[in-house]
Design a protein around this ligand. Structure first.
Ligand code: PEP
Ligand code: MG
Length: 591
């Protein structure tokens, strides 16, 4: 069915990626040439309009080429003959005529027809013996790309250059793209791909802009300047809303702000349960500047500093001094509160650019995090030295990501010692009085927790990856996003197993995965015996206020019941039965 967003209100459901509601104009971006998947059927009655859309895109492409030719300096005129041939090709029967024919014969949209015609033509030209003809296949691709960009209204855009106040609409955004977003220009974003636990979502939450991901066809339905509503809480996008819808969402937006402000007003109170047990609620940060927001929301420290973003948004590696300065900035603001610096967790979905990326078939299972660091000792050593120097200025903990075996801990500790020895020799100020912890995010670490405990001071459970690696669910894949649930009994049992080890061995147990950010999970986490929760700063006030509503003994009893259940549905029902009213009363709009 054709979706005509020109006149009708259209609703798309996706995955709630970052909370909040915004209403504004759409701005389509096609970053890094990511292909936009615009394929849909059209109605007979829409055929004429769709054909005109294609013709307009071709005409625009022709004008663009003519302008380029006109502006080509005399000495380069020779080259412009290629562009002249492109102008001719734009209206060639093989490309232009065939695309229109296919739209009519199969009632498919212009982008789809164009793509199929180009694929066929490419195949024909590539078969030809003559080199000249084979090269013509490239011309066809270039010409069709120009038409394509005009059709989808999406030229490659440098996100940091956007000047209007808009809502970004993209097929996909990488974590690096997202970290370039200028808050004064971008109200929110929506993407066709992506899942809730993707790093792109994580950054959206830390930027505090509403985002919905996994919409599948937002880029094919939405056009530049369409008015859209983004409800990041419900995971809903509305295109061309009616007056009535607009009023409804203005009200919902206000309610969201009011509820958020209400919870926020109490965020500086301690997170003490009704039976008098106080928990530390910490903030996760990606960039040093976010530390202010953690304090503003009442965070008791930094439970996770994802240091990799300092490596992603630049072409080279940062120096030891640059890193030291950034870490010290965070430590200085936090004063005597703990700052947990996680060592470089690059690759996976956080590839570094400029020739530093490793080309892997299956990056989530590849040279990521500690594996990368141990293979690049010079890069790792630079970071370890910076951390030890920064540790002299505050209360620093070091956290190692993606540990899957004892050797990785031993090697890291040896390198840390070597770094300290170097600094001592160089008479640099540093501190090696620093707690060492590991992320529990690979199933192997759960199984080996008992052997690893004597080697470390704390465990920090990373549920985002623990779910990804235990349940075999790509955290950024929209197709399986519905299965990505921290209340899966296998995940709860794994957390319980680590909690038991922690208790027996006296190893502190923290959680910094997104599971900790939802007030609905808090009774279970308290019942499991997690000592400290860390989350995106926006979520801190709600989690603290949930803790203040709970009793630890009741949470333990509830957790025992949860542990006896074997399906997500049963667990959800029990959560609803036990805490549904309380959640509805206090957090109905913000979660
Ligand atoms: C996790 O995996 O849960 C985690 C906190 O780390 P990241 O999201 O950065 O992979
Ligand atoms: Mg992780």
């Amino acid at each position: 069915m054709a979706v005509n967003s020109d006149t009708h209100e259209v609703r798309l459901n996706g995955i709630s990626s970052s909370p909040g509601i915004c209403i504004g104009k759409a701005y389509l971006v096609d970053t890094h040439g990511v292909e936009v998947l615009n394929t849909y059927y059209i109605l007979d009655s829409d055929l004429k309009q769709e054909k005109n859309r294609f013709k307009t895109a071709v005409k625009k492409a022709k004008n663009e080429l003519r302008d380029i030719i006109k502006d080509t300096p005399e000495e380069l005129r020779q080259q412009s003959s290629i562009l002249e041939s492109h102008v001719v090709l734009l209206e060639d029967k093989l490309l232009y005529g065939k695309t229109l024919e296919m739209m009519e014969a199969e009632l498919i949209n212009a982008e789809w027809a164009l793509k199929r015609v180009v694929t066929d033509l490419k195949a024909v030209f590539n078969e030809m013996e003559d080199e000249y003809f084979r090269e013509r296949a490239n011309d066809i691709v270039q010409v069709s790309e120009r038409i394509w960009n005009n059709l989808v209204g999406a030229a490659p855009v440098d996100i940091s250059e956007i000047r209007k106040r808009v809502i970004l609409v993209a097929n996909d955004l990488s974590p690096a793209d997202t970290s370039q977003i200028q808050l004064e220009r971008v109200m929110g974003f929506i993407t066709d791909r992506g899942g809730r636990a993707s790093h792109t979502s994580i950054i959206a939450r830390s930027l505090e802009i509403p985002a919905v991901q996994g919409l599948n066809r937002a880029t094919s339905v939405i056009k530049n300047d369409d008015l859209i509503v983004v409800d990041g809480v419900a995971g809903l996008v509305i295109i061309n809303p009616t007056e009535e819808t607009l009023v409804e969402f203005e009200v919902r937006k206000e309610l969201y702000e009011v509820q958020k402000a209400q919870i926020g007003r109490q965020s500086h109170l301690d997170a003490t349960t009704t039976d008098g047990v106080t928990f530390h609620v910490m903030g996760n940060i990606e960039l040093p500047e976010e530390v202010v927001s953690v304090l503003g929301y009442g965070g008791d420290g930094i439970g996770l500093y994802r240091t990799e973003f300092q490596y992603l948004s630049r072409p080279d590696f940062p120096t030891e001094n640059e890193l030291f300065e950034k870490y010290k900035d965070v430590i200085d603001v936090m004063g005597d509160r703990p700052v947990t610096i996680r060592t470089l967790d690059v690759n996976g979905d956080k590839a570094m650019g400029n020739g530093r990326a490793v080309n892997e078939e299956n990056p989530a299972l590849g040279l990521r995090a500690i594996r990368y660091c141990l293979q690049k000792p010079d890069v790792f050593m630079t970071q370890l030295r910076a951390i030890l120097r920064a540790a002299a200025h505050g209360k620093v903990r070091i956290l190692i990501p993606m540990i899957s075996g004892m050797e990785e801990i031993t090697k890291t500790k040896n390198m840390l010692q070597a770094a300290a020895a170097e600094l001592k020799k160089e008479k640099k100020t540093y501190s090696s009085d620093i707690e060492i912890g590991i992320m529990i995010e690979v199933p192997a670490a759960v199984m080996l927790a008992e052997s690893m405990a004597p080697e470390v001071d704390f465990f920090s459970i990373g549920t985002n990856d623990l779910i990804q690696y235990s349940l075999a669910i790509d955290r950024g894949n929209r197709e399986v996003a519905h299965m990505f649930n921290p209340l899966h009994p296998a995940i709860i049992k794994m957390v319980k197993q680590v909690a038991d080890v922690s208790k027996q061995t006296g190893t502190k147990l923290y959680m910094c995965g997104e599971m900790a950010a939802d007030p609905a999970n808090v009774p279970l986490l308290l019942g499991l015996g997690i000592d400290e929760l860390s989350m995106n700063s926006q979520a801190i006030p709600a989690v603290k206020s949930m803790i203040r509503l709970l009793d630890t003994k009741a949470s333990h009893k509830f957790t025992q019941k949860v542990l006896a259940l074997n399906t997500i549905d049963e667990i959800l029902d029990l959560c609803q039965e036990s805490y549904g009213d309380l959640l509805e009363e206090h957090f109905s709009v913000v979660r």
